[in-house]
Design a protein. Sequence first.
Length: 513
Amino acid sequence: MVQCTRGRRRVLTLMIVDDERMTRESLAKYVAWNTVHIGSVRTARNGMEALAMADQEPPEILLTDVRMPKMDGLELAARVKILNPYCKIVFLSGYADKEYLKKAIHLQAVSYVEKPVDLEEVREAVRMAVAAFERDAGERRRGREERAVEREEIARRLVAGDGEARSLAGPFEPHTSFTVGALRLEWSEALAERDRAHWRRTVLLTCGECAPFNLGTSLLGFVETDVMAIVMAKRISQSAVFEKLLTILGGLAQDAFAASVGVGAPVRGLEALPVAWASARESLSLHFYREKEQVFFPLMGRADRFSPAKEDLARFRESLRDDDIERAMACVREIELGARRLQAVDIDSVRDAFFKLYLIIVETLGNKSEEMYAWQEIRERQTLTALTRLILHRLWTAFGEPASRGKLSRTVREIQRFVRENYMSTGLTLGAIAEHSGLSRTYVSSLYKAATGQNVNEYLTALRIAKAKELLLDGHRKTHEVALSVGYRDANYFSALFKKRVGRSPSVYRESE
């Protein structure tokens, strides 16, 4: 199941600086920092040592003594603020020195704790610093989001050729060089639409914070629900720049999506951006043929469209009529090879060729009802390899076992086997079954019902209830354990469903059998 990171709270880094070893170690060891969302604690003996550490990784919260040898806490705080302007500071001191307090206020210290320190008082001071950091971070994030939304609309209008949007694009010189990228997200089938909207916003903001795609020098915006335009005011001809971005997105995405990017030929001037965008989309289409790659640059000499030879389609039809499955599969492979060699810009022309193959299969089977799902199946395949597998799979399930025609097809039997082996998983859904079958949820549902008279969920539920009956007869298992064993997290839902199906609650069924 795909999980979004929405609402996940960030843990912060704390640096403790004090020249008294006992104070330093006690604060690090005996305060429950995890309770105030501190995930990493580092210590230093003095300001010089702390500054060297901060130069490598600036802290988000600084807890420092005021008076120390080599560099006092006030100077340290001022220099750490240069490294991380958002760092929040808590001072420790055994001196009631008004001048120090004034400087602490000037440095916008969150709190000031007198020595000898009380551990709970220090924890509370750091909790306040964490809260202040998170408030500021929230305001910065909202500001970035507002700016990103404003510039997203400008990006969309510019690549569409809207001349009025040029005045809003920023202070670019008339002959500024631009590189335009088309970033495509290939969604996991199990990802709900509301989560896709969340990921689009996350990707937009993440790209806007990565050099050289920062919002200060670039314009980013989703032109389609799965394709984002990246307009950069510079010439970029190295794939490493984009590969780094895709690595960041890959680490962020978990299993929600996979990303690839097509890069357009560099252009000069805002008025040329539609040409660069068309070039980027053309480059992106190469992913259809070379799915193992992620970054694509313009390729010269590509054909506009692909069309299979009429004799190839005729030979495919004849092979099915002659029940020659091997010859039919060879025809499919030949058409795949022709499309891969040509690498036509118009991907739909390739899909149309495979749609014709699909229709020939349907016509040969005499199954007209399948036609309405055929194009949907074709459209959902994002690579030439996936298209080829779809046709070969359909060929094999339809003609691979001539003696079994009229019985359950290979696909339906495979669905039943997969459900029987995985019914205990709480993540077993129609989407998971469809993904395993290599087909869409709509088609799997219609195919299974046409073959068996019931839908897949009914088969799954019946199997789970049957298994639950067996488990309930084991007096050592509790109802919630039985529910989890047959794929239901919610024991109350399981009990209600069991009673609806069996006519008795699980506990009554156990006692009466």
